[in-house]
Structure formats: structure tokens, C-alpha cells
Design a protein around this ligand. Structure first.
Ligand code: HEC
Length: 243
């Protein structure tokens, strides 16, 4: 009932304050109420269109950030669910109520990632979210927090470099579980030397390609796209340089 009434209530300050009084579950205690996105709405992944640089896609860009920096073991995966929060899928991320599509940077989820204070997520000593990760999250929320996906058209592998391709990929999809404070399998990928080591011993390609004999990576997450795996392969074959 409150979902259907919300758009009618929102223009009226008076009525919405009555609404707030009856609905404290999304109130952050600071006067900010997160608009609850109906979890069943948009649950079907919108696919079919080619990736547009103007759109932020949940499947390709947002979910890897959550899976790597929030949904790891001991934090917000289905088994641990710290404070009841699970951040490993679209419906569970939406179900937290921490998404405010009309004011992305006021969203509880965004604020937890962005503020440098005590509540800062992921908590110290984990590496804080970087500005490109925060931009992905806020842009996605501002575009309606949709469960969207796109088809990569073409894969430009003509100039694959560590700095422009491999490092950003690792930051978004791997580093939350592979840093100095939280080195899954003893592997720290926060600096080039760690990435070079798994490139040289075959584990980088083996794990992201889901080859038998290797643990499939990103752990519990979606497999990297064919284009991303191809870039990893090309970068390794050219000597895994710090270029
Ligand atoms: C959700 C946490 C998580 C994410 C995300 C993640 N890893 Fe891991 N990774 C682990 C853990 C935990 C281990 C050790 C246990 C295991 O092998 O499953 C591990 C092991 C590995 C290994 C050793 C595999 C082997 O067979 O010895 C490699 C290589 C690796 N990760 C690379 C990556 C890369 C590259 C990414 C990103 C594309 C990534 N990981 C993303 C948690 C994660």
C-alpha cells in the first residue's frame, strides 16, 4: 500500500511527514528517507541493447563492485550478512531500502561507501571505495537503479595496457577480496607486483577463465566478460608489463 501511495504523497510535505511517522523502516534517523524501489520491479534484467557509454549497467559495472567490495565472506555475503545486509544480488541490494533514486548521493548505501567516518564501508583496514567506483554507484542510482545489462559490441584489444585496462578491472572486480588487509588465498592484488605474480604462475588466466584446477574468480561472482578475459590473455601474452 505504501508503495502505491508514495508518488501521490511525495508532493505534499504535510502528508509525507505523516507518512514518515508511519514508516520509519527507511528513515535513516537524519530526516532522509530512502525511496523504496520495489524489488520486484525491474527484477528482469533488461538486455538486448548495445552498451552505451552514457548508461551505467548493473550487471557489467555495479554488481562487480558490490561483489568485490561488500559481498565477500565475513561481510555482506549470504552466509555472513552483517547487520542483516546481503549485497550479492540486485534484489537483495534493492531490498536494503538504501537506494534513493531521486537523490543518489543521499542514498544510505552510497553514503556508507562515501563518507570517510566511522561508518565508512568497507570498514578499515580495507581499501576505501575509489572515486570511479563511487561514480559508478551514484550514476547507476541516478539512472533509476535498474537491473540492466548490455551487449558489448566489439572488443577493442588493440592497445591493452596495465594502467588503462587491467588495473581498473582488478580494482572493480577483485581488489575488495585481494588487498593487504583481506588477501584471499594470500593473494594481494592492490599493486602491480601481486598481479604480475598471478600472471606469471598462470593463476590469473586460469581462475578468470574458470579452467579446471583453478578456483573460479571472481569468487561467487559473475564470470568476467569474454572481452575482459581476452584482454587479460593478451596482456599476459605480451609479458604482463607495467605499462
Ligand atoms: C568475493 C571475494 C573474491 C573476489 C571478488 C575475487 N576473489 Fe580471488 N580469491 C578469493 C579467495 C577467498 C581465494 C582463496 C580461496 C579460493 O581459492 O577459493 C581466492 C583465490 C584466488 C586465486 C588463486 C586461485 C587458485 O586456483 O589458486 C586467484 C588467482 C585469484 N583469487 C584471482 C582473482 C581475480 C583475478 C579476481 C577478479 C577478477 C578475484 N580473484 C576476485 C576471493 C575473491
Amino acid at each position: 500500500m505504501k508503495y502505491t501511495n508514495f508518488p501521490v504523497l511525495i508532493p505534499s510535505l504535510l502528508v509525507s511527514s505523516i507518512f514518515l511517522a508511519y514508516s520509519c523502516e527507511h528513515d535513516q534517523g537524519d530526516g532522509i528517507t530512502n525511496v523504496p524501489v520495489n524489488p520486484s520491479q525491474g527484477n528482469e534484467v533488461t538486455t538486448g541493447s548495445a552498451c552505451s557509454p552514457d548508461t551505467t549497467y548493473f550487471v557489467q559495472q555495479v554488481l562487480p563492485v558490490f561483489q568485490s567490495s561488500c559481498a565477500m565472506s565475513g561481510c555482506h555475503d549470504a552466509a555472513t550478512h552483517k547487520e542483516g545486509i546481503v549485497l550479492d544480488s540486485y534484489s537483495r541490494i534493492i531490498a536494503t531500502g538504501g537506494i534513493n533514486v531521486s537523490n543518489p548521493t543521499k542514498s544510505k548505501i552510497y553514503r556508507a561507501m562515501a563518507n570517510g567516518g566511522e561508518e565508512s564501508m568497507p570498514p578499515f583496514p580495507a581499501t576505501p571505495m575509489n572515486s570511479s567506483q563511487l561514480a559508478i554507484i551514484s550514476k547507476w542510482i541516478g539512472q533509476g537503479a535498474k537491473n540492466n545489462s548490455c551487449i558489448e559490441s566489439g572488443c577493442d584489444t588493440s592497445n591493452v595496457k596495465y594502467s588503462t585496462h587491467i588495473k581498473p578491472l582488478i580494482q572493480n572486480a577483485c581488489q575488495g577480496c585481494h588487498n593487504a588487509a583481506n588477501a584471499g588465498g594470500g593473494i594481494d592484488l592492490s599493486a602491480y607486483s601481486g598481479v604480475k605474480a598471478i600472471a606469471d604462475n598462470g593463476k590469473f588466466f586460469g581462475s578468470v577463465s574458470h579452467l579446471s584446477g583453478y578456483s573460479a574468480m571472481p569468487k561467487n561472482g559473475n564470470k568476467l566478460t569474454d572481452c575482459q578475459i581476452n584482454m587479460v590473455k593478451i596482456w599476459i601474452n605480451k609479458g604482463a608489463l607495467q605499462n
